[in-house]
Design a protein around this ligand. Structure first.
Ligand SMILES: *Cc1c(COP(=O)(O)O)cnc(C)c1O
Length: 422
């Protein structure tokens, strides 16, 4: 993967395509995804036997299709994510599974769909094993284990430990095997999604916990999954993950289990953000500039209805300006960047806890474009119609050509399904 990167605050093009042309052709706000970046990130992970894309990060059909063409398979966390995978050309009943359903519950329609198609299930609660076993005895399942400790920069993203709702508590695995046996389900996979990021000491702990659990289950295990959580560099000064070391730790775990069991173990990784974040650019237009006390605001036409990560997590996104009059070396000034919503939290430059921060960006004029970068993961997919704002358009840049892969919503789209009683 790319070494420490720096983000420029001036941007005129996205992989050779002019930002102004994109804005004029598709309007604003528009998400643009650079397919080449997704392909690069998938290629980074070639050492793993299976790259399983956690599509919840960005499930546009064109993105899924592109991921499929790069040889990666998918994880789905809902019935409609399964249907998206089908629509993008993935099929059920393959080995390794092209679609895995991962969750802590089944809702009824999802369970029906999983039974009807042969889709591998990654169970995150003991109850799921009973419910699935009754309906689809004899199938193979994976257990998602909560090893009793977690990691994650925020309570909202921590995926292990007592505070997390995810996975099967590590000391209940024996009970789960009894539940599986009752209905002839075979536990063939083990999964831990903790999100160690760049912390390799922590990762070693995760590997060791998974190994202990696998030994307890025994020879039925044929697949282990490292889960997701590979970090994306949202700031220029962050350390990239040492992928070679990351792989080595998992590979050594896999090899010890192969030695113990006497058969091959497939090693999966399940990135969301890592594949989808960097490719995404949210192009907005600056619609007003105003001074409020000591703060200068750039107000753009996208809000947290389009990109919720800043208001949800205080997430940082690089930003750049595409001015109408190109100026490669503009004067910088500290600004606060906000959106159009009737809500004071509609600020893109905020820190965790909602504290308004400022950003050093080029001096700009109303009508210039402001690009919010590294927005491909958990961007569009978390958007809403709050304030009756339409969801943005999505564009996939492939081989130098922009393709509209989701039209901006119309008023009819926004009120679809609503009615007034007689
Ligand atoms: C969200 C999720 C991922 C991906 O997480 P990232 O941090 O985006 O890599 C992987 N696996 C499961 C089960 C998930 O829920």
């Amino acid at each position: 993967m790319s070494a420490v990167q720096t983000f420029s605050t001036v941007r005129t093009e996205i992989n050779g395509t002019s930002v102004q042309n994109l804005a004029h052709s598709f309007g604003t706000p528009t998400y643009v995804y650079d397919a080449a970046k997704i392909a690069e990130r998938i290629a980074d992970l070639h050492a793993f036997d299976v790259v399983r894309y956690a599509q919840k990060a960005n499930s546009n059909l064109a993105v899924l299709d592109w991921v499929r063409r790069q040889g990666a398979v998918v994880d789905a966390v809902s019935a409609f994510e399964i249907q998206r995978a089908f629509a993008a050309g993935y099929v059920d009943g393959k080995e390794p599974a092209e679609i895995v359903y991962t969750a802590d519950i089944f809702d009824t329609p999802t369970l029906d769909l999983l039974v009807k198609h042969d889709i591998h299930v990654n169970c995150g609660s003991p109850t799921m094993i009973d419910q699935y076993g009754e309906r689809a005895p004899g199938r193979n399942i994976t257990l998602r284990i909560n090893p009793g400790f977690g990691h994650g920069h925020s309570q909202k993203t921590n995926t292990g430990g007592e505070q997390s709702k995810h996975g099967i508590w590590h000391d209940q695995v024996d009970d789960c095997l009894v539940r599986a046996d009752r209905n002839g389900l075979a536990v063939t996979g083990l999964h831990m999604h903790i999100g160690s990021g760049t912390d390799l000491d922590h990762l070693a702990q995760v590997c060791s916990a998974l190994e202990t659990t696998a030994r307890g289950i025994g020879r039925s295990i044929t697949t282990i999954s490292a889960g997701g959580g590979l970090p994306t560099l949202y700031r220029g000064d962050e350390q990239p993950v040492d992928l070679a070391r990351y792989y080595e730790l998992w590979d050594a775990t896999r090899k010890r289990l192969e030695g113990e069991f006497g058969h091959k173990i497939s090693l999966e990784i399940e990135p969301g953000r890592y594949l989808a974040a960097e490719c995404g650019y949210l192009i907005t237009e600056i619609r007003a500039i105003k001074q409020m006390g000591k703060n200068l605001f750039y107000l753009v036409d996208a809000g947290f209805n389009n990109l919720a990560r800043p208001i949800l997590y205080g997430a940082y996104h690089p930003m750049s300006i595409c001015a109408h009059e190109a100026n490669p070396d503009p004067k910088l000034q500290d600004v606060v960047v906000g959106g159009p919503l009737c809500e004071s939290g509609d600020i893109f430059t905020q820190e965790e806890g909602g504290f308004v921060a400022s950003r050093s960006l080029p001096v700009a004029a109303v009508g210039d474009f402001l690009v919010i970068e590294c927005a491909g993961a958990y961007g569009f997919v978390m958007s809403s119609n709050y304030n009756s704002k339409p969801m943005a358009a999505e564009v996939l840049l492939r081989d130098g050509k922009p393709h509209l892969v989701r039209a901006r919503q119309t008023f009819q789209d926004v009120i679809r399904g609503e009615s007034i009683p007689e």
